[in-house]
Ligand binder design. Structure first.
Ligand code: OOG
Length: 255
């Protein structure tokens, strides 16, 4: 049975306030029996609160696209979260660490949709709707204590979305098997876009399935973050950079 509208609102408020006050919160699953369907309803309410504060939706992100992360979570489905303009940073931007609880950074690739997608159309080849690609980094910041959450928890928490940085856009191209390197002031990680469901194009297909299931709109100009290509590293003071072979570099400075 679905939770009541009041309970869904209360859960959204709890996650929203945790983010606004940079204070972590225990798993929602400690208090309620949260289904994935209800978790997406909480996420929608969380986004509605942001929109009421003046934030503008600018796209979507995928999570759990790497096999390692799926195995770690014991799940076989990706998760979808929403991006807003307040989360978006341009290449080489300063990002204030005090606005997060315990941020981590992930190397990613971004797609930009050239046209809006009719979720009820029989479209399968979503990649033909992508006009541009870019190297990107996502800063995730779970609102849950010590990043301890269930699958439904993380969906409700907008999939830990906190900030993202985009490099220069290039015309659409196949992104299979590109080497990826993430370097923070203290750590580095290397991987490949093959970690993203085998090929980031598959992430687009998975996105379409999830957006159809949970009625998440995909509009012209939307940014799509395809998911992490390596493990997440702590996001700390100083310059962090991500290189994607053939796409270039994107940097960000934690201050
Ligand atoms: C959930 C978000 C994971 C990814 O690319 O797998 C994610 C988390 O680990 O906090 O964005």
């Amino acid at each position: 049975m679905s939770l009541s509208n009041d309970t869904l609102d209360t859960l959204a408020q709890r996650l929203d306030e945790a983010a606004l006050t940079c204070t972590d919160t225990p798993s929602l699953a400690d208090d309620v029996d949260l289904s994935v369907e209800d978790a997406y309803k909480v996420q929608q309410r969380l986004i509605n609160r942001k929109i009421r504060r003046g934030e503008e939706p600018v796209g979507v992100k995928l999570g759990f696209t790497s096999r390692a992360k799926m195995i770690q979570m014991g799940v076989s489905d990706v998760i979808v979260g929403r991006l807003t303009d307040v989360m978006r940073y341009t290449d080489a931007a300063n990002v204030n660490l005090s606005s997060f609880i315990h941020p981590k950074v992930e190397p990613e690739v971004a797609f930009r949709l050239g046209v809006s997608i009719d979720l009820d159309s029989p479209l399968t080849c979503i990649e033909s709707y992508v006009e541009a690609v870019a190297p990107a980094m996502e800063i995730i910041d779970s609102r849950y204590r010590a990043f301890q959450f269930t699958y439904a928890d993380v969906v409700a928490d907008n999939t830990s979305a906190a900030a993202f940085v985009l490099g220069a856009w290039k015309p659409y191209q196949d992104l299979a098997n590109r080497a990826v390197r993430l370097e923070t002031p203290r750590y580095s990680a290397t991987g490949s876009t093959a970690a993203i469901l085998g090929d980031p194009t598959r992430a687009l297909h998975a996105l379409l399935t999830m957006c159809r299931r949970y009625r998440i709109r995909l509009l012209a100009g939307d940014v799509v973050l395809a998911g992490a290509a390596t493990e997440a590293l702590p996001f700390t003071e100083g310059v962090t950079q991500c290189d994607v072979a053939g796409l270039g570099r994107v940097t960000v400075r934690g201050v």
